[in-house]
Ligand binder design. Structure first.
Ligand code: CA
Length: 236
């Protein structure tokens, strides 16, 4: 496939030797690395440089990686930005929190630079694989969503959904495997000029789960952030 390595990668790490090592290996592979050495600088660089992916260390001065991750996920411009976390073995519980806060993957220190580059590539590929234009059909387990006909079915049984439920399900399917904040879902489905609260999203998620029981386990609530539809390897 036409995968190119000229993507801009923001590396956030306060330990200079690790920072330089990662930078060196990414450059060698043709990536364009930019760097930050603190959490606040990371947020600034994301805004200014608009990287395609962030390699984010957990332990950082001023603001730690978890907070950076949370902030990036809570605004729609960076809600979908791929984040690869760097963690130490001793920080395992933080790693789990990091994944819950929306990091896409993590690498444990000490790591081989080659392995890190491989994970960066894999994550970029995963993101590129996500359809940029709407497909006609999504399949998720026994669920089929036909966008053209505006139909959702479980097996052969058609399940009637309201327009908002349909829009919500479509957004979850399109971005499955990724954490979507309530704000992002609200903007995507209800629009920016909608005056309701993010509670609206919770109510509709609950209705979707009632109508489509297979989503009960598949849509997971992510601590204080939003929702994620678990990634099945599905077509669409
Ligand atoms: Ca560090």
């Amino acid at each position: 496939m036409g995968f190119t390595n000229n993507k801009k990668i923001l590396i956030v790490e306060d330990e200079q030797d690790i920072l330089q090592l990662v930078k060196h290996y990414l450059e060698k592979e043709g990536f364009r690395p930019v760097t930050a050495t603190s959490g606040l600088e990371a947020l600034k660089k994301v805004k200014e440089d608009k990287p395609d992916l962030v390699v984010l260390d957990l332990m950082l001065p001023e603001m730690d990686g978890l907070e950076v991750c949370k902030r990036l996920r809570s605004v729609s411009e960076t809600a979908m930005l791929p984040i690869l976390m760097l963690t130490a073995k001793a920080e395992e519980s933080d790693t789990i929190v990091g994944l819950e806060l929306g990091a896409d993957d993590y690498v444990t220190k000490p790591f081989s630079p080659k392995a890190l580059v491989a994970r960066v590539k894999a994550l970029l590929r995963r993101v590129e694989r996500a359809p940029s234009s709407e497909p006609d059909l999504y399949r998720y387990g026994t669920l089929t969503m036909n966008l053209g006909r505006h139909e959702v079915s479980l097996g052969i049984q058609e399940v009637p959904l309201t327009a908002k439920e349909f829009g919500l399900l479509e957004h979850l399917l399109r971005h499955r495997g990724r954490v979507l904040t309530r704000e992002v879902l609200l903007n995507a489905v209800w629009g920016y000029d909608y005056y309701g609260t993010t509670r609206t999203v919770d109510v509709h998620i609950r209705r979707l789960k009632q109508k489509l029981p297979l989503l009960e386990e598949a849509i997971v609530s992510v601590k204080s952030l939003g929702y994620k539809l678990k990634d099945l390897d599905v077509s669409g």
